[in-house]
Write a protein that binds this ligand. Structure first.
Ligand code: HEM
Length: 126
């Protein structure tokens, strides 16, 4: 409904960009993600934080092995893919890449540092 809270754009969002509805599998809400990421399960897939080059990160560009850089931090987003409210395809646009611009162009209000804290693999060296 026009002007309902659901259709108002979020801070930093563009009024011109329509929100797209994406099918998310049952059990993959944001609350489910928070539950998984605080469960103690290993979501990083590395034993210690690393300093990585873009070449190393580029190797992890598949759905079952997906890393992404946002603001110089490297995240293993493999487990997050099915939880992404914007859909798998959107997230995969930055697979194995520096997704900083894409991320902040799309949703500057999303707190990635908190949401993906347990997915941190390391930092990038330039
Ligand atoms: C860099 C590649 C990414 C792209 C291209 C992308 C794209 C999108 C798109 C198109 C939406 C739907 C926006 C809408 O119309 O409502 C969305 C939503 C969302 N994405 Fe991403 N995303 C990316 C990465 C991420 C990452 C790494 C996270 C993890 C923190 C994330 C978290 C979210 C959240 C929480 C929403 C829901 C936002 C809201 O409803 O306010 N995204 N994303």
């Amino acid at each position: 409904m026009r002007n309902s809270p659901q259709t108002l754009s979020a801070p930093g969002g563009s009024a011109q960009r329509p929100r797209r509805k994406v099918f998310i599998k049952p059990g993959h809400s944001q609350l489910d993600w928070m539950r998984l990421s605080t469960s103690g399960e290993d979501l990083r897939g590395v034993s210690q934080l690393q300093v990585l080059t873009m070449e190393e990160i580029a190797q992890h560009n598949k759905r079952d092995d997906c890393w992404m850089v946002v603001r110089d931090k490297v995240y293993n987003v493999t487990r997050y893919i099915d939880f992404h409210p914007g859909g798998r395809g959107q997230l995969m646009r930055a697979a194995g890449k520096d997704g900083t611009e894409l991320f902040y162009d799309t949703h500057p209000w999303v707190n990635i540092e908190t949401m993906l804290e347990k997915c941190l693999v390391g930092v990038i060296t330039r």
